[in-house]
Write a protein that binds this ligand. Sequence first.
Ligand SMILES: Nc1ncnc2c1ncn2[C@@H]1O[C@H](COP(=O)(O)OP(=O)(O)OP(=O)(O)O)[C@@H](O)[C@H]1O
Ligand SMILES: [Mg+2]
Length: 207
Amino acid sequence: MPSRHDLHPAPGPEGRVTRLIIMGPQGAGKGTQAARLAEVFGIPAISTGDIFRANIKGGTELGRLAQEYTNKGELVPDEVTDSMVRDRLGEEDAAQGFILDGYPRNAHQVGALDGILGDLGWQLDGVIELTADRDELLARIAKRAQLEGREDDTEEAIARRLDIYAEQTAPLTAAYAERGLLVQVDGIGEVTEVTDRIVAGLAAQLG
Ligand SMILES: Nc1ncnc2c1ncn2[C@@H]1O[C@H](COP(=O)(O)OP(=O)(O)OP(=O)(O)O)[C@@H](O)[C@H]1O
Ligand SMILES: [Mg+2]
């Protein structure tokens, strides 16, 4: 795996703080790549889906609420998700930087994240968009459904999530492209190859 020094030849005493978003449709490999990038940069990978799943498993009030939506493939209400992300970014480890997976997912959340980061005095460094065609995505999700048995990997819920992604989430990349933050990466290929592509794209973006 490439080291962070490949990206940041002269980090400060604490290393450089890197704040990233990873976007892409269900099955594009966001979670897998986010974990690898977290290693490379020494930052936490923060996945809203994982936080919801942990709460569902733990039987918390947030989990009970989230499950009503996740099982159907619908988005959890924005105010719930926004405040969960605000709390998570306020935790100590996020001061080193972070990679956000699963948020923002709609135009409202883009604005909410701007507000959260503004309050913290932080700015994004890059937004990765992982791309893959629908056939590849469906094949990967079907495989994951067999391996992990995620409760929301039913045919209906998957179709709904892919539709919401196409309608509400995919258009958000244009806004980040306008801000000069977007790094588009082909998500097809070996996991390690894709990581190398992202790291190369980020090296150009982060300068
Ligand atoms: N930003 C968000 N806003 C609202 N709901 C969210 C958000 N992030 C996650 N969720 C809820 O959690 C569920 C699971 O999210 P998660 O990102 O893990 O799954 P996904 O869409 O299948 O993507 P992936 O294939 O990368 O796991 C979503 O279907 C949604 O109900
Ligand atoms: Mg995921």
